[in-house]
Design a protein around this ligand. Structure first.
Ligand SMILES: Nc1nc2c(c(=O)[nH]1)N(C=O)[C@@H](CNc1ccc(C(=O)N[C@@H](CCC(=O)O)C(=O)O)cc1)CN2
Ligand SMILES: Nc1ncnc2c1ncn2[C@@H]1O[C@H](COP(=O)(O)OP(=O)(O)OP(=O)(O)O)[C@@H](O)[C@H]1O
Length: 212
């Protein structure tokens, strides 16, 4: 299931049609991943290791949809760990935030979330925190439908993350999360695409690639 059949793309397709085709296909593949539990555990571990030693207090994430990896269990542990590991970190209070769509601007704002937080559905039917504080994450976990070389991300095509990152100052560190099976070798950045600073998968750090 890790290997998609790249040879069998209907041709000819322009770049936008090709992306739309692979979006559908990657989401369908993801929704029927046979070894999801093992992959979830692996990716949670990769996240935890990646975050060790970082000083972020506000971390942005997402409420998983369409078979996306769920980042919230690992983040909840990150939040709880501060209470036992480091009294100073606990006072600084680590916080988790989820995206809320600004329909007019086509961008995302981040609202504080905590387990049991009152939620409501956004325009896409995705649960979002109801009336909690707006915050500025310094670290942002970004869901990927697919990912390519160089930190390029394929999303659902709304352009929300690209538009948000084009505007957010200071810019948060961006970390894409994906199952390793979502690698798209031919994916090229478009002019508006803001590359991710890192990409984590159930197989480890996919970007940046070490050795130099
Ligand atoms: N979990 C999660 N939350 C998120 C995002 C995300 O990628 N994942 N977003 C990241 O931006 C924003 C929501 N963006 C989304 C954009 C499109 C679709 C979607 O279902 N699109 C339809 C086509 C809709 C259309 O174009 O008319 C589809 O893919 O079938 C969903 C979410 C904010 N919240
Ligand atoms: N900075 C920007 N300013 C204006 N429009 C943008 C910007 N970034 C992206 N867009 C528009 O958004 C549309 C979707 O972009 P793209 O296909 O890269 O979405 P995506 O990254 O896959 O989606 P999402 O971020 O919602 O998951 C593009 O047609 C593009 O014109």
């Amino acid at each position: 299931m890790d290997k998609l059949d790249w040879a069998h793309q209907p041709e000819p397709l322009d770049a936008a049609q090709r992306k739309a085709y692979w979006r559908r296909r990657l989401v369908a593949e993801r929704q029927r991943l046979p070894d999801r539990l093992a992959r979830n555990e692996a990716l949670q571990r990769v996240m935890r290791v990646w975050m060790v030693g970082r000083a972020d207090a506000i971390v942005g994430a997402y409420w998983p949809i369409k078979g996306e990896f769920d980042p919230l269990p690992a983040l909840y542990r990150w939040q709880e760990a501060a209470n036992v590991e480091d009294a100073r970190a606990a006072r600084q209070q680590r916080r988790i935030a989820l995206p809320v769509i600004d329909k007019v601007a086509g961008t995302l704002r981040f609202h504080v979330w905590y387990p049991g937080c009152p939620m409501e559905e956004d325009a896409y039917g995705i649960p979002k925190p109801k009336d909690t504080e707006v915050v500025q994450p310094t670290l942002l976990f970004v869901p990927c439908v697919g990912y390519g070389p160089g930190g390029v991300r394929l999303g659902y095509g709304g352009g929300f993350y690209d538009r948000t990152l084009a505007q957010l100052r200071p810019r948060p560190v961006t970390v894409g999360l994906a199952y390793a099976s979502a690698f798209v070798p031919w994916l090229q950045p478009e002019p508006h695409d803001v590359p991710l600073d890192a990409i984590l998968t159930d197989q480890g750090v996919a970007w940046p690639v070490g050795d130099d």
